[in-house]
Design a protein around this ligand. Structure first.
Ligand SMILES: [Zn+2]
Length: 315
């Protein structure tokens, strides 16, 4: 049975950083955002985290051979049709129910089966005991709950929604598409609504019995060694003394990874600084700060964040 650590949360919450650090641990294979593998990699042949085009990456070529006898055997249209049919945020209440109608359950299992095949193949190719998928989408995590043959655990990464909102207003280009396109942008009001919906969805997953560890981005970055140690033990890994040597309070030394898709940070190699991104305290206008605080108030309290933050910050 493949053991999967699914890194979930709303985008711009630090999921890519968490995944990259996990990927440095022995026994872990970090795959990036597998949710985008079908369209961006198999069809569009975008770049792997190692810098190669997907079709030229040896790692992914071997995974495709083991999982499906080669990527050419994957009916991508079928996967995308299933994705459109079952992996919807509005389906989460249905996916979270104790039983599913037979035909719907069959679709969910078929869809989750494609992912499980990828995880199993990656485990076989690398010998890793833990696979990491940083797809983030709560609806996908709910689909994977129905997979047979998957030991699903969720690292639920939460960041102050005002920081998330600020990040979503920035222009970020997508280097894997050779600068041709930019990442999506959301207004602060929209990202606040999404923050509520996705974080609540992960709470629901935990109530359905899926093992879930909540990681607050701000705490994680303040003490990354402690954060990574607790994630490792949650994933069932026992670390040796030197396994965290790549990581200090101030920086991490990253090696090349084979992330299928995700935030441009997946291409970073070598020493990267680790510091909390608090740019929103100055960069997010006060009206937006108050709006996001009001929309997200119940979960802010539940996660231990202040509902109101004055300019300059109280934390
Ligand atoms: Zn690669």
């Amino acid at each position: 049975m493949a053991r999967l650590l699914f890194v979930g949360g709303l985008g711009r919450s630090g999921t890519t950083l968490v995944e990259r650090l996990l990927g440095e641990l022995p026994g872990v294979c970090a795959l990036g955002e597998v949710v985008h593998l079908w369209q961006r990699d198999i069809r569009a042949n975008e770049r792997c985290g190692c810098g190669e085009r997907f079709a030229a990456c040896e790692f992914w070529t071997r995974v495709g051979e083991v999982a499906f006898g080669g990527w050419a055997n994957v009916d991508v249209y079928r996967v995308l049709a299933l994705q459109a049919a079952v992996e919807r945020t509005r389906h989460i209440p249905r996916l979270a129910s104790p039983r599913l109608p037979d035909d719907y359950r069959a679709q969910v299992r078929e869809y989750a089966g494609y992912y499980t095949a990828v995880y199993r193949a990656a485990a076989e190719v690398t010998g890793a005991s833990v696979l990491v998928d940083s797809s983030k989408h709560s609806a996908l995590a709910h689909c994977l709950r129905w997979s047979t043959g998957l030991d699903l655990r969720v690292a639920h990464v939460v960041r102050d929604p005002r920081g998330v909102a600020h990040s979503w207003t920035k222009v970020v280009s997508r280097p894997e598409a050779d600068g041709e396109s930019e990442m999506t942008r959301y207004s602060p009001g929209r990202s606040a609504m999404l923050w509520n919906a996705h974080n609540a969805a992960f709470g629901l997953l935990a109530r359905r019995g899926v093992p879930l560890l909540r990681v607050r981005y701000e705490q994680f970055v303040a003490d990354p060694r402690a954060g990574l140690s607790s994630l490792a033990s949650f994933a069932g890994l026992s670390l040796g003394e030197s396994d965290l040597d790549f990581l200090s309070e101030a920086h991490a030394d990253l090696s090349v990874g084979h992330s299928a898709a995700g935030n441009p940070m997946r291409f970073s190699v070598g020493r990267i600084p680790l510091r909390r991104d608090d740019g929103w305290l100055r960069g997010l206008p006060a009206t937006d700060r108050r709006l996001v605080g009001a929309v997200c108030a119940p979960l802010l309290r539940a996660y231990g964040y202040p509902v109101m933050v004055s300019r300059g910050g109280t934390r």
